[in-house]
Design a protein around this ligand. Structure first.
Ligand code: NAD
Length: 461
């Protein structure tokens, strides 16, 4: 039975990086709705019910505290929550398939399908089901079939409402989105369901930013948005390699091209590579879909974006090796940052994982420091635990090191006392700035040999 104290009962299945923040913002903005978030992971739900949230996101705890216990609830009682809800967002994980047909590229839809089957099993009334997870185009068709093949006479309308938030800025992205996209079938039932979801967002998002579209465009737009964003990073990273050969400076090239309003200045910073749970998996998913429709040229085109990213990570370590006299065996190397980007503790697909593994293969002694991601780093590198040190304090991490490699653009790293760091390091001392965030000239003057990405290096020998 629905909770009649509220005008809508909204449920989100999956309390992860997307489900948690998205629902917290809906609940904070709309006290008239009851918002419940459920997950099979009880520890995660416990954490959402504490002040020690399971994910780090600036401003998130304040938003959660504003609504938790009032109209925002975190629970493991999935079935009761399904029965109560009129609108269900599904935000479970959709990783790359690791087995069988499409392994390594296609999306693994098992969590989504299990969720859909459970909804059918326990539901006792009609519901709107919203794809919040990123899914292959045409998934809604399959889900609609599974959901509506019930003998209880219950009707499910499947909508697509992909999430465009970026980790690290999730709260502000949700409070002030560039746009909200809601895709539906263009039948009268589809449009009615779509309007109900538009009504939720209209509580705080201006009308002109709420886009509606056909359901396939909505599903595909999310994959395409991530493919375009990742493509910009791979594009500028490809140019960083050319800059290093030609004495051009990739930051200057970025600035010059980014001021062209047709290009724009975002996502044009060269780095050791993109990471995060989405870019690679979503592009590979796009590649797989193109291949399955026989569009091999289109598939190859997008696959290059991922291959360029692999190249950039490899190139970074190869350069370290070359510069450090072709061996890092036995040398201590401090990785500054492990999160895939600043302001998050998320390390999924972080380039630092590959860099650490490659350095270990070269028998380097790896030390990892990060203000938010050390716990995740320990999980990612559990198989190498005896070969790596995890140290919270960057000064301690750099003690006795031959090199520092900046992996994450944490602003803390710009403000460190590098004279103090230099005094405790081995000579010659190296800095490899995989994010181009440090003051290279200042570091050179202290005595470091500095190797940025795509920029002339500063060395004393
Ligand atoms: N992380 C991002 O920045 C981001 C941004 C936009 C879209 N997305 C997409 O959103 C989706 C979720 O991503 P995420 O980063 O939040 O993942 P996540 O792994 O952090 O969270 C998913 C949660 O779903 C739970 N879950 C899995 N199966 C379940 C089931 N049957 N019942 C209940 N809970 C279940 C898991 O325990 C987990 O807590 C993915 O499709 C992703 O591509 C992610």
């Amino acid at each position: 039975m629905s909770d009649t104290r509220f005008s809508k009962n909204i449920l989100c299945i999956g309390a992860g990086y997307v489900g948690g923040p998205t629902m917290a913002v809906i609940a904070a903005k709309c006290p008239q709705y009851k918002v419940t978030v459920v997950d099979i992971n009880a520890a995660r739900i416990d954490a959402w019910n504490s002040d020690n949230l399971p994910i780090y996101e600036p401003g998130l705890l304040d938003v959660v505290k504003q609504a938790r216990g009032r109209n925002l609830f975190f629970s493991t009682d999935i079935d009761a929550a399904i029965r109560e809800a009129q609108i269900i967002f599904v935000s479970v994980n959709t990783p790359t398939k690791t087995f069988g047909e499409g392994a390594g590229k296609a999306a693994d839809l098992q969590y989504w399908e299990l969720t859909a089957r459970n909804i059918v099993k326990v539901a006792t009334s009609d519901k709107i089901i919203i794809e919040k997870s990123t899914l292959p185009v045409k998934t809604a068709e399959a889900m609609g079939r599974i959901l509506n093949a019930n003998e209880k006479g219950i009707k499910f309308e499947v909508l697509s409402n992909p999430e465009f938030l970026a980790e690290g800025t999730a709260v502000s992205d949700l409070e002030k989105p560039d746009r909200v996209l809601i895709g539906s079938q263009l039948t009268p039932e589809g449009i009615k369901a779509r309007d109900e979801v538009v009504e939720i967002y209209a509580n705080w998002v201006p009308d002109e930013k709420i886009l509606t579209s056909n359901i396939w465009s909505s599903e595909l737009s999310k994959l395409v948005a991530n493919a375009f964003l990742a493509q910009r990073i791979s594009s500028i990273n490809s140019i960083s390699a050319l800059c290093e050969k030609t004495d051009a400076n990739v930051s200057e090239v970025s600035r010059a091209i980014g001021m062209d309003t047709r290009i724009g200045n975002k996502f044009l910073s060269s780095s050791v590579g993109f990471g995060g749970s989405c870019f690679q998996k979503d592009i590979l998913n796009l590649v797989y879909i193109c291949q399955s429709y026989g569009l091999s040229e289109v598939a190859d085109y997008w696959e290059r974006v991922v291959l360029m990213n692999e190249y950039q990570k490899r190139r970074f370590v190869q350069n370290m090796l070359k510069v450090m006299f072709n061996t890092v065996a036995g040398k201590k190397i401090a990785l500054f940052g492990f999160a895939f980007k600043a302001d998050t503790g998320d390390t999924r697909e972080s380039p630092a994982i590959d860099v650490a593994k490659q350095l270990l293969e070269e028998h380097a002694k790896v030390v990892i420091t990060d203000p938010q991601a050390l716990n995740n780093a320990k999980i990612d590198l559990a198989a190498y635990a005896d070969k790596i040190e995890f140290i919270e304090d960057p000064y301690e991490a750099a003690k006795g090191a031959h090199a520092i490699a900046v992996m994450t653009e944490w602003k803390e790293y710009k403000a460190l006392d590098y004279k103090r760091i230099f005094s405790g390091m081995e000579r010659p001392s190296f800095v490899f700035d995989g994010r181009n965030i440090l003051n290279h000239e200042e570091l050179f003057n202290i005595g470091f040999n500095v190797f940025p990405l795509g920029q002339p290096n500063h060395k004393h020998f």
